[in-house]
Design a binder for this molecule. Structure first.
Ligand code: AMP
Length: 189
């Protein structure tokens, strides 16, 4: 994998372990020579993961809509910042540039971005791996809910299994590298 898109909170969250995990992930990506693609912000976990990659000698590509190019929001020290017109362009570019996707803890923005590319995968539009970085069990209830959706017949079991969840960054990345896309790409009928 050459590049991974990381979706994460524009807030730091209420527990220090979230920031620590963002830092650990950034350091790991730099060490593995995997470039970070992210939303281009300096706020919250977004800024922390980008700074960690840069501090450890890695490369970062930020993709940000022009409306968010505001002094307090945009990361001004990125080696590669791409300013796009809309949020939709941003998400398409981030997905296109990346060979895999990781969600750190976050809120609506994080869920929205992660689930959009996941839905594209379900349609067979790409076969890139998904990692949910379940820091301190943050995504426990979401993972349970995904199991529920599969049991209820709204997501196929093999599509439920697209979401690789781990509490440790290295283990998560290892599983993503070993990921094989499912043969079945159809929706549940
Ligand atoms: P959230 O999880 O709601 O905090 O949203 C974070 C996600 O939405 C990030 O992955 C970004 O792509 C996008 N986003 C939300 N707020 C900002 C912001 N202030 N600056 C840049 N991107 C943002």
């Amino acid at each position: 994998m050459k590049r991974i898109a990381v979706y994460c909170g524009s807030n730091k969250g209420g527990r220090p372990e979230y920031a620590a995990a963002a830092q650990a992930l950034g350091a790991l990506l730099a060490r593995e020579k995997i470039e970070l693609v992210y939303g281009g912000g300096m706020v919250g976990l977004m800024g922390i993961v980008a700074d960690a990659v840069l501090e450890h000698g890695g490369h970062v590509i930020g993709v940000i809509p022009e409306k968010l190019v505001i002094k307090e929001v945009v990361h001004e020290k990125l080696p590669d910042l791409r300013v796009v017109k809309t949020m939709h362009e941003r998400k398409a570019m981030m997905a296109e540039l990346s060979d895999g996707f990781i969600a750190l803890p976050g809120g609506y923005g994080t869920f929205e971005e992660f689930f959009e590319v996941l839905a594209w995968s379900q349609l067979g539009w790409h076969q890139k791996p998904f990692g949910l970085f379940d820091v301190g069990g943050y995504y426990h209830h979401l993972l349970e809910f995904l199991d529920h959706t599969a049991r209820e017949g709204f997501i196929r079991a093999q599509h439920r299994d697209l979401v690789l969840a781990e509490k440790d960054a290295e283990r998560l990345l290892r599983r993503m590298k070993a990921h094989l896309p499912p043969a079945e790409i159809k929706w549940v009928r």
